[in-house]
Design a protein around this ligand. Structure first.
Ligand code: NAD
Length: 364
């Protein structure tokens, strides 16, 4: 039976976080009112604001709230005020804590270039026109967690740094399943990216992804080496639909792909676990523009769309939000970061209001 009741944890965070979150919640409210979906929103503190109040960036009440929620919506954390703190209590530690405690293992980064913002891309228009890529990055394995690790002095008195690239079969299988499912709901084309010609851990990656693929005969699976993928993302990004890759390669490729759009204020993300998921814009807390009503709220609004699609099983409503953002851009509204000549310059709040208006029109 389709659920119509969800719990959402809302962490606005620091810097521009509260401003962009306010606009995202406006959009969420329209969906819940018009579609008669009951949303229990629980607000909490994470990041620098949580440190100021509780002395830690991820206090127990916030973690408890996240754990009992179907999804977590986050603004951004961090800022110069907290930069001199010990690493263990820095605002950004809240993100790692949330990912770890919520057993999050897949990071999704949609890379969409809106026609109206083609000029913002550093690449030629004919290369980036129409691109719509989903990059899925594994988050729990690889060199970031493999052991042994560290820097040690050898017998010769010289230091040696070591990290271990390791993957278990189960880690690969669960992300591969997610990737095939996501590809199934899109254009059914999946690229798995590895370096199986050199690295044994990714040879296993390739084997397991291929095995999982046998249960998804409707999906076209192709394998690509990471160096070729880095090149192809610039040469011909339109060939990609869904890309699934390891933690390290995903870290680098997702930032490379983000630059195809040229506008950091437009990019949402989702981090999925088995029980819950975390949705946030990819940008940070932008302390340089905080409190000035000039931040672009669209990445956070688009993160709400991802939440509807992947945690609340409301794909149609997710499409409507994305359409409303497209219509807003088509009508010429721009925040300062994506401003182009002869367009209408608007602030954070007005941008949210225009998207809200467009969404109401599309729903009715
Ligand atoms: P940033 O993403 O906050 O800002 C980089 C540049 O992009 C700035 O010029 C900023 O004004 C601009 N920008 C970012 N988001 C924008 C938006 N929505 N609209 C318009 N312009 C926008 O990165 P940074 O300056 O390196 O980091 C600032 C703080 O954010 C640091 O404390 C950093 O650790 C933290 N951070 C947090 C996250 C997160 O919460 N997920 C991610 C990255 C950085």
């Amino acid at each position: 039976m389709k659920r119509d009741n969800f719990k959402i944890a809302v962490f606005a965070g620091d810097g521009i976080g509260p401003e962009i979150m306010k606009e995202a919640l406006k959009i969420l409210k329209i969906i819940s009112d018009k579609k008669k979906i009951k949303l229990q929103l629980g607000e909490g503190l994470v990041g620098g604001c949580a440190y100021d109040r509780f002395g830690v960036p991820l206090p127990d009440p916030s973690l408890a709230l996240a754990r009992k929620s179907d999804a977590v919506l986050l603004g951004a954390v961090g800022g110069p005020k907290w930069e001199s703190l010990d690493y263990s209590v820095r605002p950004e530690r809240a993100l790692m804590g949330l990912r770890r405690e919520l057993d999050i293992f897949a990071n999704l980064r949609p890379i969409v270039v809106f026609d109206e913002l083609l000029d913002a891309s550093p690449l030629k228009k004919n290369i980036v026109r129409g691109i719509d890529i989903m990059i899925i990055r594994e988050l729990t394995g690889d060199v970031y967690f493999g052991k042994p690790r560290g820097v040690k002095k050898g017998k010769d008195g010289k230091r040696r740094g070591v990290n271990t690239m390791a993957y278990s079969e189960d880690e690969i299988r669960r992300i591969a399943i997610r990737a095939f499912e996501i590809a199934r709901a899109r254009k059914k084309n999946l690229f798995s990216v590895d370096k199986a010609n050199i690295l044994e851990s990714t040879e296993l990656w390739r084997d397991v992804v291929t095995e999982v693929g046998r249960s998804y005969s409707d999906i076209t699976l192709k394998h690509m080496y990471v160096d070729n993928c880095a090149l192809q993302l610039i040469r011909n990004p339109a060939q990609f639909d869904v890309i699934v890759t390891t933690n390290l390669f995903g870290d680098i490729l997702s930032d490379e792909a983000a630059m195809l759009t040229g506008s950091i204020g437009m990019l949402p993300s989702a981090s999925l676990g088995d029980k819950t998921a975390l949705y946030e814009p990819i940008h940070g807390s932008a302390p340089d523009i905080a409190g000035k009503n000039i931040a672009n709220p669209l990445a956070t609004i688009l993160s709400v769309a991802l939440m509807l699609r992947y945690s609340l099983s409301l794909p149609r409503e997710a499409d409507l939000i994305e359409e409303a953002v497209g219509e807003t851009l088509k009508a010429g509204f721009r925040t300062r970061d994506i401003y182009q000549k002869n367009k209408k310059l608007v602030g954070t709040e007005e941008m949210g209001n225009v998207v809200a208006k467009k969404l109401c029109k599309l729903i009715n």
